[in-house]
Design a protein around this ligand. Structure first.
Ligand code: GLC
Length: 614
């Protein structure tokens, strides 16, 4: 590690013309967070690279710190004094495609009043940066990270929108696609032209040897329209690692230059005023032969290093991990064990979302109660994103062991859920669409808006008022769970008006094979005009969600890190993780015993300091 005072001197030199208090602030934060940065890098890169890398990152950090404007620098200080800002019960999120919600970035700014009616304090606009032409996987195939999508506006418009939102109490959330770039991105173009530097940014293979070996353990992400994880590219004369679509080239994070590129992009977005960065497909960043190439420990070490860098330059900024993975892997993205408090602040509670739809279909809470009850709580400094659905499909992530515990066959239950939500079960009003049927595994994921899945289309088409009321109630119940679970609830655009699937989704260029577009409708502003009409589905749902937000904001019980409930903790983790065989509470001076369920039950607001019994 470069000597600390050497780094301090270098930083002081780079920041020499800043006022003393700003230099001091940088130095204090660098002292506090540099060890995390350094350790994260060293867990991943060979020591001989790490030293040079640290110097490059220090220079990046100083440049970005100098350029950070004063309003954002003030926000940094404010957030350092309120590190639980994302956990506050007044937080409510909204997610939308900018063009489908407001047309342009400026247009989005004109709808702040609408968002405030819903209590929104967090706005996630889906990919904003310049994608490839044609099919771009909804913007997740970025051709130029430094340009805003030309149809949405300019980089200055983005800065303007972030500022406008911030001044009205709304934090802007933006995507950073870390796992891949568009085939048209400059890095990929240079790699195809044979530039060895840029060939080193990707995974390129001359023959099928390694790809075939990797494929043996790789799951299919898009089995239907993009089978396999490698694509032959004639120009590159190589098999390219393409986890998602052929036109999305996975970048190679074993290359420290790649790390620096993304570090710079994070600081750039932060200085534009983006307050939460959503790391798209983060689970896939590190590849390891013989594994699914998801959730590898290096992903967390890389995140730790990036997080530390951001904490030094722009502590107001939070990280959100988009990891749609099984319950056991999920918690690591919020920081377990050595990563506690060091990685992302937010992660999607995919299991909760799945269980909400499962409960509604089965009319039974046993599976949900068991599956959700056995999840470990999220680390106290972090928060779940709780949601009913998002812009992606719903995959039935039901753990077969959880299902077996309540007497269900997990696979049969998944089949039931797919059938239920396409309306193939008697009595079901779900009218979703099958996404990515995989004949090899029998897996069928589902697309659909909350209203369509809850039965609004089917009921209104039949003119069946009782069924319409039931569908409305299902939407409100689903959202009430998301708002009350403990976490940051996010509404997916259109759900607040009970908008149903877009019947014309396939007509748009590049969308016809991807029915996720059915549930990404353009917001219907005519319908929105009628959002205050009572006794309509739209009126009931809009007012219902606004009411949930208002009520939530006043309930300190819903702060995501504190609860007035009993909390359980699996006693087996004491020997497994802490080497303690009996749980002695040093504060109370007594041994605490697990309940019949094997959990230690902590009373509301109680504190235990558990040690081996003396
Ligand atoms: C994420 C996005 C999804 C996209 C994928 C590839 O999962 O949410 O829409 O297809 O990443 O970028």
């Amino acid at each position: 590690m470069p000597a600390a005072d050497h780094l301090a001197d270098h930083a002081a030199e780079l920041l020499r013309d800043l006022p003393g208090h700003r230099r001091e602030m940088f130095e204090l934060r660098r002292e506090r967070w540099w060890p995390d940065l350094s350790n994260g890098l060293r867990a991943v890169y060979p020591a001989e690279h790490a030293e040079a890398l640290e110097l490059r990152l220090l220079e990046l950090a100083c440049t970005a710190y100098r350029e950070r404007d004063l309003e954002l620098a003030r926000l940094d200080l404010a957030r350092m004094m309120r590190p639980d800002w994302l956990q506050h019960p007044a937080m409510v999120g909204y997610a939308a495609y900018a063009e489908r919600f407001g047309g342009t970035l400026k247009g989005v700014g004109e709808h702040v009043g609408y968002l405030r009616e819903l209590g929104v304090t967090y706005l996630h606009l889906l990919p904003l940066l310049e994608p490839r032409a044609g099919d771009s996987d909804g913007g997740y195939a970025v051709a130029d990270y430094r340009r805003v999508r030309s149809d949405l506006g300019s980089v200055e418009d983005l800065r303007g929108l972030a500022t406008l939102l911030r001044r009205q109490g709304i934090s802007l959330v933006a995507d950073l696609v870390l796992n891949h770039v568009a085939r048209e991105h400059e890095w990929a173009a240079k790699a195809r032209a044979g530039d060895p530097t840029y060939r080193g940014y990707f995974y390129l293979f001359e023959d099928r040897g390694l790809p075939d070996a990797f494929e043996r353990t790789l799951p299919e992400v898009f089995p239907d329209f993009a089978p396999g994880s490698f694509s032959w590219d004639d120009e590159a004369q190589a098999w390219v690692w393409t986890t998602f679509n052929v036109f999305q080239w996975d970048v190679n994070w074993t290359n420290p230059d790649v790390f620096v590129e993304y570090a710079e992009l994070i600081l750039w977005l932060a200085n534009l005023g983006v307050e939460v960065i959503r790391f798209d497909a983060i689970a896939f960043l590190w590849k390891r032969m013989g594994t699914s190439c998801q959730n590898q420990p290096e992903v967390h070490a890389l995140t730790q290093a990036l997080r530390a860098l951001a904490r030094i330059v722009c502590p107001a900024v939070a990280f959100k991990a988009e990891a749609i993975v099984g319950p056991a892997d999920l918690l690591h993205y919020l920081g377990k064990g050595v990563y506690h408090g060091k990685v992302s602040d937010l992660a999607y509670h995919n299991s909760l979302m799945v269980q909400i739809w499962s409960m509604l279909a089965a009319g039974d809470v046993r599976l949900a109660a068991h599956a959700l009850g056995s999840l470990l709580p999220a680390p106290s400094t972090t928060s779940w994103i709780t949601y009913v659905r998002c812009h992606d499909d719903i995959g039935w992530a039901i753990d077969p062991a959880d299902a077996a515990h309540v007497g269900l066959d997990g696979y049969a239950h998944q089949r039931f859920l797919s059938d239920y939500y396409v309306g193939a079960v008697a009595g079901s009003d779900g009218r979703g669409l099958v996404f990515q049927a995989n004949p090899a595994t029998g897996d069928r994921r589902i697309s659909g808006t909350a209203a369509t899945l809850a039965g609004v289309d089917a009921a209104t088409t039949r003119g069946d008022d009782a069924a319409t009321n039931r569908a409305t109630a299902r939407i409100l119940l689903a959202y009430a769970i998301a708002y009350g679970w403990g976490g940051l609830p996010v509404i997916w655009s259109g759900d607040e008006l009970a908008m149903t699937d877009d019947p014309h989704w396939a007509r748009e260029q590049g969308h016809d094979k991807d029915n996720r577009w059915a549930h990404r409708p353009r917001l219907d502003w005519d319908l929105a005009e009628r959002r205050h009409q009572p006794w309509t589905v739209t009126g009931e749902v809009f007012e219902g969600l606004a009411h949930l937000a208002r009520t939530r904001a006043g309930l300190r019980h819903l702060h995501s890190s504190v609860t007035s409930d009993w909390r359980s903790w699996p006693a087996r983790r004491l020997p497994e993780e802490h080497g303690i065989t009996s749980a002695y509470d040093a504060l109370g001076g007594v041994v605490v015993l697990p309940g019949d369920d094997g959990s230690l039950w902590l009373p509301p607001y109680a504190a235990w300091w558990l040690i081996e019994a003396p």
